[in-house]
Design a protein around this ligand. Structure first.
Ligand SMILES: [Fe+2]
Ligand SMILES: [Fe+2]
Length: 308
């Protein structure tokens, strides 16, 4: 396998297009001060227009070779946990964002959330294309593929998406004017699921593939997915900062949602087959390292929102 050629290159998160999102987790200043500039909803929309990309442009032929010829059964099986969690996670967030978009408090918020729905749809298609072009699964259509890959998930994944998130989006569908539930939903969706889980998983999965020199088109597409996620989390940060400043009640709602969901989200970090002992390694990264990375990103965002 080729060694990573990017030695000495700038980390991905320091790239101008990642920095442009103004996600507080990418800004070291957020360790020290809450007074960090965030983009407005309108600026986030304009950034979305500039940051378009196409799943159909990716050429997965090298990835196909890597998957079938450079990996053994065991490695392919181990990789299925991360891939399946992302593939199904993207499908679920695409589905659940509608009620949050409808409940948005201003037109500027709503228009941004409409762009986010398009992004989440593209992320689902990205995974579908990767699975199909590489030959990860044999399933015919998208829904069969999702069904087949879901056997790799763990129970906490189901609790987080099908119970905690769904409960809130169903409530918002029935009562879109319930701003406290909207605050809870954005905390869970943008801060915990996207900010903490997705961006942490993406970071380590891309790093591993870059180190090993594997799945180049997957890494290329996944970087675009990650950049989109930073933009989404930037929306969550500006929204929650506004709400937290407006009313103690909303601050309490953010706090309460984090307390309820963080232990479950932490459980999503470990595959169902992970060893029981606390500090196992997966793809060269320990659970402790993963938690530390996720924790730092969350703390920076909470500080900017006004909660830490
Ligand atoms: Fe996504
Ligand atoms: Fe997202």
């Amino acid at each position: 396998m080729e060694a990573k050629e990017a030695t000495g290159a700038k980390p991905r998160t320091e790239r101008a297009d990642f920095q442009e999102t103004a996600d507080p987790a990418l800004n070291e200043a957020a360790d020290r001060t809450a007074d960090v500039k965030l983009l407005t909803y309108e600026e986030l929309y304009l950034l979305w227009e500039r940051q378009q990309w196409q799943t159909q442009e990716l050429d997965f032929s090298r990835d196909r070779e890597d998957w079938h010829e450079r990996m053994d059964d065991e490695e392919r099986f181990q990789r299925m946990y991360g891939l399946s969690s992302f593939f199904i996670g993207e499908q679920k967030v695409a589905e659940e964002l509608g009620p949050i978009m409808r409940a948005a408090l201003t037109e500027d918020q709503r228009i941004f959330l409409c762009t986010q729905i398009a992004d989440e749809a593209r992320h689902v298609r990205f995974f579908e294309r990767f699975y199909r072009e590489v030959g990860v699964l044999e399933s015919e259509g998208l829904s069969q593929m999702l069904e087949e890959t879901s056997e790799h998930l763990n129970d906490n994944f189901g609790r987080l998406f099908d119970e905690m998130l769904k409960q809130r989006t169903e409530r918002l569908s029935a009562e879109p004017e319930d701003t406290e539930v909207l605050v809870e939903a954005v905390t869970l969706y943008h801060m915990v699921i996207e900010g903490m889980l997705a961006l942490t998983g993406q970071h380590f999965i891309m790093d591993y593939n870059e180190r090993e020199g594997t799945l180049p088109a997957f890494v290329e597409g996944f970087q675009n997915v990650a950049r989109d996620e930073h933009r989404h989390v930037a929306f969550g940060s500006v929204f929650l900062r506004e709400k937290a400043r407006e009313d103690e009640r909303y601050k309490a709602a953010i706090q309460r949602t984090l307390e309820e969901s963080l232990p479950v989200a932490d459980g999503v970090l470990s595959p169902p087959w992970a060893p029981e002992d606390e500090d196992y390694e997966l793809f060269g990264i320990s659970l402790a390292d993963t938690r530390e990375f996720a924790g730092t990103c969350l703390m920076r965002r909470l500080k900017v929102i006004g909660l830490a």
